[in-house]
Design a protein around this ligand. Sequence first.
Ligand code: ADP
Ligand code: MG
Length: 249
Amino acid sequence: MNEKILEIENLTVSFDGFKALNQLNFSLDTGELRVIIGPNGAGKTTFLDIITGKVQPTEGRVLFKGRNTKRIPEHSIARMGVGRKFQTPRVYLNLTVRENLDLVCNSNKNVFATLFGRSSTSESKNVASLLETVGLYAKAELKAALLSHGEKQRLEIGMLVAQSPELLLVDEPVAGLTDEETENVGNLLLALAERHSIIVIEHDMEFVRQIARRVTVLHQGSVLCEGNMDEIQNDPRVIEVYLGHQEEL
Ligand code: ADP
Ligand code: MG
C-alpha cells in the first residue's frame, strides 16, 4: 500500500496566464486529516478542482495512490476513491433522511429495486450505521427539508461516506452554521478521520482549532507554510498574509 495517498508535484494552473496555483507541492499520508487555510483567492478551491480532475494542471502532476491522474475524467477519479463535499448541501429535500442514504447505498444497483423493492439486511445495517455516525438516527424518518443547515451538512457528509471514498475533500463545511452545529460537524469529521484520509478547507479558525492536527497555509497559489496550529499562528509570514487581508487568524 502507498504510504502517501496524495502527492502533488510542482503544480501550476494558469487561467489565461494568471497562475491560480503556482509551483505547488503537497503530500498527504494515508489516513491523515489535513486542514487547508488561506486568504480569499489563495487557490484553495482550485486545489480541490485539480484533485478531482475538474481542472487540469498546466504543469506538474497529481498522484492519487501513486497513480498519475492526468487526463482521467472526473467520474473515473471519483470511482478511484475521491469524494468531494461541496459548500452547499446537495440532498434531496423531499426525501426522508433514511431515503437519502438508501439512494446512495443502493446507487450501484437497479433504480427500480431501490425505489420499489425492499433493501437487503446488509444494506439496512449499512444505512443504520451511517445514521448513527452522522448523528441523525432520531431524525431518520424526517424529510430532509425539515433539517437544520448543520444537519443537512451532516447528512450530505453521510451520503458521501456511503460511497466509501478513500480520500474525502470537504470545502468550508461550517460556513453559516451555529456554534453547536459547527462542533457537531467537527466531531463527525474527527470520527471519520479514523477510517479515511481527509482534506478540509476552512475559514472558521475556531473550527480549525477544534479539528486541526497538521495545517497547510496557501497563499498566492503556493504553500506558504505547514505545521500544527501553534506553529501556524505564530508564523510571522502567516500573520502578515492575514493582516494584509484584514482577516482574523
Ligand atoms: P480560494 O478558493 O482560495 O478563494 P480560488 O481557487 O477560487 O481561491 O481562486 C484562486 C484565484 O484564481 C483567484 O484569483 C480566482 O479569481 C482565480 N480563478 C479561479 N478560477 C478561475 C477561472 N476559472 N478563470 C479565471 N480565474 C480563476
Ligand atoms: Mg474557494
